[in-house]
Design a protein. Structure first.
Length: 451
């Protein structure tokens, strides 16, 4: 049979698209080489958060005295944490498969390869079978980037994020190369479980894409807590479990060793199996798409990390919704508000942000008003975050007073960043946002207090 839509990749973009199109009565075939759910569910967001939550429980128990609670001889079982993580992932994978279990959706497990394409038909091979579809959606995601560091390849001491998540035992010490989101979340995990951690970042700051003031709060806390953070430091080479680094400020060379070396310096679009689409437009190794996730090829769409836009699961899912809406023409055409995409770093404390930073506003020559408020202006935050100050920072257009960005550090800001995202998305002015009523007492009230 000839399908309406063939989707390569069963991550958040792929399974969202398959569900939307098949429920609309269109015949869909979804190819997934590994496990449905993609990187996020299987070796990314969910397993990481499961382990982080276990570490946080242990950390809270060992620091309970500040809340008047005495806990003695607190221990943790890493194997049990890993087992729970696996159970969580399996349940969620099963849930996705159930959502795709309808008469119009065919799920194929295996490596899919595009064999040919015309404006009327895309031919795909998988498991020695041939499949044809009117439209193709590429949701092949991304893979860990391996930097060209001498000694990094075929080194048993070196891990990527997948290796770290699948480890059955904790290392006695660890060096993390890369101070981005993945690196700092793993730094949090290992530190809270009592493992000595060194973070090496080539740029002047960890989490370089986030607001510097917010990042400084986290960096200062982590350094005081004992995490060794080396910024403006380049890895020269790796020899076994030894890392040779050089300061880009002083030019001093330093040798550091640990039981494991975790390399997390970013991800790259995965184009495997797409070689036949040699006329598809690429930019820096990622597929170029328009506002509706269409490529330069009439019947080919792309969603998720493979587009190189914003490598977040919720962005991938939203791209899929927009692409299917465009494909089916059953709903008003919608564009993705990339300016209002919320992002979260699950460190402790959490960081959440949406919209532009103060530095970005300056680079765009947008005059802004910047408001800052410690999270301690929230009674709920004070009650539940002993010894923490936190920060809420709002970027406001100085001319029309609309909210352009919100950047926060403090638990649990990940849970109410959507309110700020909504304000940015809808172009709320401060006067309009001030009319929104937040429940009391909640930490989310900080968004009202800062107005």
């Amino acid at each position: 049979m000839k399908y309406f839509l063939a989707i390569i990749g069963g991550g958040p973009a792929g399974y969202t698209a398959a569900e939307k199109a098949s429920k609309a009565g269109k015949d869909v075939v979804l190819f997934e080489q590994n496990a449905v759910g993609g990187t996020c569910l299987n070796v990314g967001c969910i397993p990481t958060k499961s382990l982080l939550y276990g570490a946080k429980q242990y950390y809270n128990a060992t620091h309970a005295a500040k809340y008047g609670v005495t806990a003695e001889n607190v221990t943790f079982d890493f194997a049990a944490m890993q087992k729970r993580k696996t159970i969580v992932v399996r349940k969620l994978v099963a849930g996705i498969k159930q959502r795709l279990n309808n008469e119009h959706c065919t799920l194929v497990s295996g490596f899919a390869k595009v064999e040919s394409r015309t404006n009327d038909c895309v031919t795909i091979s998988c498991n020695d079978q041939i499949f044809e579809a009117e439209n193709l959606m590429i949701c092949t995601g991304s893979t860990n980037f391996v930097p060209p560091i001498p000694g990094i390849k075929e080194n048993d001491y070196v891990w990527d994020s997948t290796d770290a998540l699948n480890a059955t035992e904790l290392p006695k010490s660890i060096i993390i190369v890369g101070g981005g989101v993945i690196g700092m979340e793993f730094a949090t995990l290992y530190h809270e479980l009592g493992i000595p951690v060194t973070v090496i970042e080539a740029l002047p700051s960890i989490l370089p894409n986030l607001d510097p003031e917010v990042v400084t709060v986290l960096a200062d806390k982590y350094r005081k807590a004992g995490i060794n953070i080396l910024t403006s430091t380049k890895v020269e080479s790796i020899n076994g479990n030894e890392v040779i680094v050089k300061s880009q400020i002083t030019n001093d060379q330093l040798q550091i060793s640990a039981e494991r070396i975790l390399v997390s310096v970013g991800r790259r679009a995965n184009l495997n199996g797409l070689e036949a689409l040699n006329d598809i437009e690429l930019n820096r190794g990622a597929i170029v798409i328009d506002d509706f996730c269409k490529t330069n090829l009439p019947n080919v769409y792309a969603c998720g990390d493979v587009t190189g836009k914003i490598m977040l699961a919720h962005v991938a899912a939203r791209q899929a919704e927009v692409a299917i809406g465009r494909m089916l023409k059953t709903i008003p055409l919608q564009r993705i508000a990339y300016n209002a995409i919320p992002s979260v770093v699950y460190t402790n404390p959490e960081i959440a942000s949406v919209g532009i930073t103060e530095a970005q506003a300056e680079s765009m020559s947008i005059p802004v008003e910047v408001r800052r408020l410690p999270m301690t202006f929230s009674g709920r935050f004070m009650a539940e975050n002993e010894g923490e100050t936190g920060l809420c920072k709002m970027i406001i257009d100085a001319k029309n007073h609309s909210v352009l960005g919100v950047h926060m550090i403090g638990n649990p800001c990940s849970e109410f960043i959507p309110a700020a995202s909504f304000a940015v998305r809808m172009g709320y002015t401060t006067a309009e946002f001030q009319q929104v009523v937040f429940p009391h007492p909640t930490v989310s009230e900080i968004l009202h207090e800062i107005l």
